[in-house]
Design a protein around this ligand. Structure first.
Ligand SMILES: NC(=O)c1ccc[n+]([C@@H]2O[C@H](COP(=O)([O-])OP(=O)(O)OC[C@H]3O[C@@H](n4cnc5c(N)ncnc54)[C@H](OP(=O)(O)O)[C@@H]3O)[C@@H](O)[C@H]2O)c1
Length: 382
């Protein structure tokens, strides 16, 4: 299959290198910005690719929603298969692209957009053909996992852990999407769409790791607990979709606690298959490129869909899930939450709440923070 790659950055370069040796795949051209076409295979206009009858598939690895959406739409409309690593694109326009691909009888796959090399969506798309998926989740952001692991293992504070992650290339100069949990949220949105044909598009509960301190982590360690940023998704018995991201305190023996450095761990529970757990590198040039090339090979072997063309957008309803929450907040707010147990620690109160709906807890903390309180919270592992 003859392939054009849109974007020649970290992932794009990796895909082009892998295509040199990938059986059944051949690189035709690469889209670069005007002024950067310093080799014959580099082109600067999407029209050259869309109108090239030789090109059978495009790989979009530019990032962002536009012009990626216009370019991928144009390629699909021209009867070319499309593969992307771009979670922002699929979260924003996945249903439209899946529908267009179906109409044109071509493939649209996006494994690399969720979990890098970890074949999460790849396996999930196969699993839904024969099993009901009961729940989804795991650790889908390597940057935050690296930072929490560093804080846990070396006692460093949040700012130093972030600096270290940036120095090693695991965190971007603007780390907001990672540390706020948005990156992980987009990934669980895609996993929900693959598992349930429903793309959650609002009603999310999102808490990142920005509020955690070295003192918090030392406190968890003294209790044998490990902190991780965890995503959860699923469908309740009455068909309500839930999707949320929050820090979770785990026992040292839980599978998520064993995920170190910048690794990802994706898991799903099938009604018949039971728990399936996948661990691997969630980002990086070649791990991500490997997922792109796997999707291209899948297309060569006849796979066309990852998201169904009739996938609908729905609001998430996280009131269907309850957790007990560990909370650290100012001592004068010790009565602000329904604590089952609590202790005063100087000017701070640390405690564990009664079971609360995820939506309820996130809203309560938002209100406390709006009043100026510094609050950290994490769900207790069930
Ligand atoms: N890096 C990872 O580990 C990783 C992992 C999983 C998924 N992803 C996803 O993969 C995508 C690409 O990530 P990346 O890390 O490879 O980004 P990157 O290093 O910034 O590469 C993107 C490339 O696309 C080029 N580009 C952007 N818009 C363009 C346009 N309109 N025309 C031509 N070229 C254009 C950029 O050029 P300029 O530099 O001139 O802007 C850059 O060379 C993103 O959606 C990202 O979320 C990345």
């Amino acid at each position: 299959m003859k392939v054009s790659v849109l974007g020649y950055g970290t992932v794009g370069f990796g895909v082009c290198s892998m295509l040199e040796k990938a059986p059944g795949l051949e690189l035709v051209s690469v889209l670069v910005r005007p002024g950067k076409a310093d080799k014959p295979f580099k082109v600067t206009s999407i029209d050259e690719i869309v109108n090239d009858p030789e090109v059978e598939a495009v790989v979009e690895v530019m990032g962002g929603v536009e012009p990626a959406y216009s370019y991928v739409s144009a390629a699909l409309a021209a009867g070319k298969h499309a593969v992307t690593s771009n979670k922002a694109l699929v979260a924003a326009h996945g249903p439209e692209l899946a529908k267009l691909a179906k109409e044109k009888g071509v493939g649209f796959l996006f494994s690399a957009a969720c979990g890098g090399a970890v074949p999460f969506l790849h396996n999930l798309a196969l699993a839904v053909e024969s099993d009901r998926i009961l729940s989804l989740g795991g650790i889908l952001n390597g940057t935050t996992n690296f930072m929490l692991d560093s804080m846990q293992r070396s006692g460093m504070d949040y700012a130093d852990a972030l600096k270290e992650a940036q120095a090693l290339g695991y965190a971007e100069a603007d780390p907001t999407a990672d540390v706020s949990g948005l990156d992980a949220l987009r990934k669980i949105m895609l996993a929900c769409a693959v598992a349930y044909d429903k793309l959650p598009c609002e009603g999310f509960s999102l808490e990142g790791i920005e509020s955690v301190t070295a003192a918090d982590v030392a406190h968890f360690q003294s209790k044998g607990l490990v902190l991780r940023l965890v995503v959860r998704g699923g469908e309740s018995e009455d068909g309500k979709l839930y999707a949320f991201v929050q820090p979770v305190l785990l026992s040292a023996s839980s599978p998520e606690a064993s995920v170190l450095k910048n690794f990802n761990m994706a898991k799903y529970r099938g009604e018949n298959a039971g728990d399936i757990v996948l661990i691997g590198q969630g980002a990086g040039r070649y791990p991500t490129a490997s997922a792109v090339v796997r999707d291209l090979s899948d297309i060569v072997h006849g796979r066309r869909e990852m998201m169904k063309p009739d996938c609908v957008r729905v609001a998430a309803d996280n009131s269907v899930c309850e957790c007990r929450y560990y909370v650290r907040l100012p001592a004068d707010l010790a009565d602000a939450l329904p604590f089952a147990e609590k202790e005063l620690d100087g000017a701070l109160c640390r405690g564990v709440t009664e079971a609360l709906a995820v939506t309820d807890m996130h809203a309560r903390v938002k209100a406390l923070r709006a009043g100026g309180a510094a609050v950290f919270f994490a769900a207790m592992e069930e």
